[in-house]
Design a protein around this ligand. Structure first.
Ligand code: NAD
Length: 494
């Protein structure tokens, strides 16, 4: 039997999806809805989705508060059993999840099926096992043993963005649940549907009522109501710095720890001694998914002596991109998420042109899809100055900038010249230079001669306005726990 049952439902890509919230183990609808359209064809309305408000936020957090003691008491191994079942169900339903997320967010379906969604299952397995295998840390001094133990923190709100909504939500919900917290997830209103399927799968896996809840709605409405609730013990947010500032105020008001994974403006540094074809291929590959990737190295910084050679290779690889329907395996560039987002991206490029930056390629919406099409041409801009808006602000679309540097010190200066610090990519043939650059660049993740490979247990997060806190492995489990020092004075008991 399909796990996708219950509540008000619509068919999306042949899959039955609930348009309701999921609270306390059952589907709950709101009297008002918001429209969800497909970026693949904006004339297609996928669903009218329940639009949460203050009362829905209250209901969801009440459910999470009530479910918390029993979930915490279940212990890491008991929770792991349920989380493994959920991981197996995710794996078994990847085709359905991919069909829905492809229509809802337009991520390339093949990449969803082969790579992205399986990562969601791995998140649940890995965090369940890591929490169950936790070994107490012990600090010994002056004949005393200070044991560090983890206490589940409590009800947690998780707020996620529209790009890779399923995977990014599991990235946060899995460690929160494994740590013994109950969760209210609010996915983004531009791609809400795959997280509704996650609720069905959690239900099917036997997640007790109230342990995992999904609330749909607009950020400024139900999102804001959720994060200001004083009963919360943790807030975990991924999205833009602008929204993080609002959430930070709510977190500060209630003195609730919050973690924020925010935008990026990563440098992609290429030295003359690098494997230039490999570097150019990877750089041009960043147009995949229309560049809607926070970790992308959107500022190409290339050693001046190889400027022409790099640009020739980059153009060769960029020319191979295929704009098209995300269902088609030949497509590499999907449409962008929403007409408003296309307008944002076009605004950046138009302002750059007007300010005297040079458009090296692209620079306009693609005619694909006619007036309603959401594709934008893969664009490369050489800015007139490092202060140009396109260098200093995240665009989150298929737009890269191109600058040259004279030597290593100049490369570091440019790499560290924005307020962001999420990630950086360095291509060099020198081990010593790789080591120096890795230490000198201010970012949470540095990839050398590679991109987007990361062990789940490694820390992940940003510096500067790219975020607060670290997720991944024990870093995430520590965040979702209250760490306790526990000591019994030797010789005073039994
Ligand atoms: P956004 O900040 O507009 O929205 C993110 C989420 O916050 C949505 O669910 C939205 O409904 C909610 N929200 C909005 N206002 C709110 C409020 N006042 N209170 C509570 N919730 C509110 O971001 P977006 O446009 O959905 O996503 C794009 C951004 O996310 C980019 O900056 C991108 O770099 C970033 N991002 C970062 C990472 C990372 O891991 N660092 C990953 C993916 C995306």
């Amino acid at each position: 039997m399909s796990p996708f049952t219950g509540g008000t439902r619509v068919e999306v890509g042949g899959v039955s999806v609930s348009t309701d919230h999921y609270i306390g183990g059952r589907r709950v609808s709101s009297p008002f809805t918001f429209e969800d359209r497909s970026p693949l064809d904006w004339s297609v309305k996928l669903a009218d989705v329940s639009r949460g408000d203050d009362s829905i936020a209250d209901l969801a957090i009440t459910a999470a508060v009530e479910a918390f003691p029993a979930w915490a008491a279940l212990g890491p191994s008991g929770r792991a059993e349920i989380m493994h079942r959920l991981a197996d169900l995710i794996d078994a339903n990847i085709p359905s999840l991919a069909a829905v997320e492809c229509l809802d967010m337009a991520m390339l379906e093949e990449s969803l099926r082969l790579r992205v969604l399986a990562r969601g299952a791995r998140n649940f397995r890995a965090y369940a096992d890591l929490a169950a295998g936790y070994e107490e840390r012990v600090w010994s001094s002056n004949g005393t043993a200070n044991r560090v133990i983890r206490m589940p923190a409590g009800p947690t709100v998780v707020i996620t963005p529209w790009n890779a909504p399923f995977m990014l939500s599991t990235w946060k919900c899995a460690p929160a649940l494994a740590a013994g917290n109950t969760v209210v997830l609010k996915p983004a209103e531009w791609s809400p549907l795959s997280c509704s399927l996650l609720a069905d799968l959690a239900h099917e896996a036997g997640m007790p009522p109230g342990v995992f809840n999904v609330v749909q709605g607009i950020g400024e409405e139900v999102g804001a109501a959720l994060v200001r609730d004083p009963r919360l013990k943790r807030i975990s947010f991924t999205g833009s710095p602008a929204t993080a500032r609002h959430i930070g105020v709510a977190a500060a008001t209630n003195i609730v720890p919050f973690t924020a994974e925010l935008g990026g403006k990563g440098p992609f540094v290429v030295f003359a001694d690098a494997d230039l074809p490999a570097a150019a291929k990877k750089a041009a590959g960043q147009y995949d998914d229309s560049g809607q990737v926070c970790l992308a190295g959107t500022r190409l910084l290339v050693e001046a002596s190889v400027r022409d050679e790099f640009l020739r290779l980059f153009d060769e690889f960029a020319d191979q991109h295929v704009l098209g329907d995300s269902h088609d395996p030949a497509t590499t560039i999907s449409p962008m998420i929403h007409p408003d987002h296309v307008a944002n991206v076009a605004g950046f490029v138009d302002r750059a042109r007007a300010a005297g930056d040079t458009i090296l390629r692209g620079g306009q919406p693609s005619p694909l899809g006619g007036d309603d099409g959401l594709w934008y041409e893969p664009t490369l801009i050489e800015p007139a100055s490092n202060d140009s808006e396109v260098v200093q602000r995240e665009i989150f679309g298929p737009v890269l900038t191109f600058q040259t540097f004279t030597d290593e010190a100049d490369a570091v200066r440019l790499a560290n010249s924005t307020e962001y610090g999420l990630s950086a990519i360095v291509y060099t043939g020198s081990q010593e230079r790789a080591e120096r650059m890795g230490r000198a660049i201010r970012a949470g993740t540095i990839w050398t001669n590679c991109f987007l490979v990361r062990d789940l247990t490694a820390p992940f997060g940003g510096c500067g306005i790219s975020g607060i806190g670290r997720e991944g492995g024990d870093y995430a489990l520590d965040f979702y726990s209250d760490l306790k020092m526990f000591q019994v004075l030797e010789g005073t008991t039994g």
